[in-house]
Design a protein around this ligand. Structure first.
Ligand code: ADE
Length: 224
């Protein structure tokens, strides 16, 4: 999979892809990430990318021209399956959306900033708008990193144990069960006996029950 990300803050987006699972996914050639600095498409001597909002009001708006030039330039070289804009008024990201996006070959992500982007970009260039939750961040970079992480960990070969993404919370509309590791007892706090029994089918049954219990208690909406 190839993910291109248009941003005014490429430095901010570098680090999430330089550690742990995402770093390994890149090294194994399972994903290619390109950060495109929107400034290169900025207007005039100052490489301007934003301007005052027509009609007044606080906050700057990202201009149509740099973004359109940037997207057109990229589109002349690549075919994108989706061009995604990260925005708090997009559809809220969930596991189902990440699963679907993980099947694509080529994604372009635009990170918003300031008061937003000129609406004409959203109308004519963007194919999908995604929010990572009902709160507002300073820009789309952290949301883009969240989206990429949720997608990349699903790509075949990225996780060592291929089944491990399948047992994530939300994959079957259930929260994940509790997990434990050594020691089996710590200051009188014991691990449930069943997990030490070696009886796989009973352990699976117990895990499923715990998942259900936890989901009912914390996220009953998922069971509807
Ligand atoms: N940009 C700012 N806030 C955001 C959010 N919650 N989701 C996606 N993009 C954003």
């Amino acid at each position: 999979m190839k993910i291109d990300i248009i941003t005014v803050l490429p430095e901010l987006l570098k680090s999430p892809f330089e550690h742990s699972i995402l770093k390994r996914a890149k090294e194994k050639g399972l994903v290619e990430i390109n950060l495109i600095d929107l400034r290169h498409y900025g207007i005039g001597k100052h490489k301007q990318v934003d301007d005052y909002a027509f009609g007044g009001g606080a906050g700057m708006v990202m201009m149509i021209e740099p973004i359109a030039n940037c997207i057109n330039d990229l589109k002349s070289k690549h075919n994108y399956d989706e061009i995604i804009f990260m925005t708090p008024d997009g559809e809220t990201l969930n596991q189902k959306t990440s699963n679907k996006l993980s099947l694509l070959k080529n994604i372009l992500i635009l990170c918003g900033h300031y008061k937003g982007v000129d609406e004409r970009i959203r109308e004519h260039f963007i194919t999908k708008e995604i929010s990572i939750g009902d709160y507002v961040l300073s820009g789309g970079e952290l949301p883009a990193a969240v989206l990429c992480d949720s997608i990349i960990r699903l790509l075949p070969g990225v996780l060592n144990d291929e089944t491990s993404a399948l047992s994530d919370s939300f994959q079957d509309n259930l929260l994940a069960p509790p997990v434990y590791t050594r020691p089996a007892e710590y200051n009188g706090l014991a691990v449930p006996d069943i997990l030490l029994s070696g009886h796989n089918s009973n352990i699976e049954k117990w895990r499923h029950e715990k998942s259900l219990e936890r989901t009912k208690l914390r996220r009953p909406d998922l069971l509807k």
